[in-house]
Write a protein that binds this ligand. Sequence first.
Ligand code: FEO
Length: 397
Amino acid sequence: MKAIRIADDVWWVGAIDWNARHFHGHTYTTKRGTTYNAYLIVDEKITLVDAVYGPFTDEMIQRIRTVIPVEKIDAIIANHIEPDHSGAYPELLKLCPNAKLYGSARAGQGLERYYHQKFDFTPVKTGDKLSLGKKTLRFIEIPMIHWPDSMMTYLEEDQILFSNDAFGQHYATNERFDDEVPWEILMEEAAKYYANILWPFSHLIAKKLVELAEMNLPIRMIATSHGVSWRKEPRKIITAYERWAANVTDPKIVIVYETMWGSTAKMARKIAEGVAASGVKYEIHDIAATDRTEVIYDMFSAKGYIVGSSNHDSGMLPNMVSFMEFLKGLHPKNRIGCAFGSYGWSGIAIKKLEETLKESGVEIVQPALSVVYAPDEAQLAACHEFGRKIAEFVKAV
Ligand code: FEO
């Protein structure tokens, strides 16, 4: 477990979590694992930028020891207090008890709440600088991107932006840089990360990107806290974030449904045929059989959403309930959609689907379509027409 040099006297000393399959509880499926990136700056003041998730503390310490004795750490920059970055602090601080922590004021409060111990903590704010000797750190708060405490740190002399969660990916790999991994996989994981974690904060991200541009900081490298860092053309991931934060979409429809006895599934397939007949691309997912993280990734680029469920008790089927609640939390903007489904004696599921779509911020462009028990030929034809119509809406915007 060695440190990896990323610039003069700057080292990656993080950990690779090859087997992580879930993140944020079970809200995010990390099929490619993840990394927790920490960075060591060796200067007069020996400084660690971020740390790793608690179970990976030993791996980080081993890597640090290949550069300096860990006991020599003078300063720790806490860009973000979420446990995947701060979990190592209590054990680490037993080895370097005199190390001072720096972070946003909210980080100081949050760390005490998490770890129930006092830290030698100095709050910093945007524009504050910390001299390490030859090198200088400059802090940039990014509140609610994606926690109130979140911050980025810029290393002036090396033009490295330690961006914490921003620009990251859940991608376990031995490589540390964008030019060492397949570009398609990297961008897929970066977009998936944005879609499943950062999407609700797009309005703040858009503003922060403008603010960052106005700072005119030359950025040679963006060193993230998850996945690989961007050194080839850091501008490319910033441009991608600008597009994602603006909720730019492709003329594509995603159909998501859950079915009890196959009627809603039949409707979904016929709706998809109608969409395809209009020449609009679609993806179709049975949410009971498909990973939610991947579905959200597909929806992230799509203009149209069609959601369906059979009725169950007094609402939707349970996987669809969970999915719709998750979607609502993401607040997709600039999307159109509609609902459909089958029922026996109460069509409440379809009403709830439509209501939840509206609450998510999706514009309902045509009335919901429902069928009692199983669709007959005429109703299947209506499903085809239903798909065709929403495809026309997608083409028109
Ligand atoms: Fe990677 Fe918000 O923690």
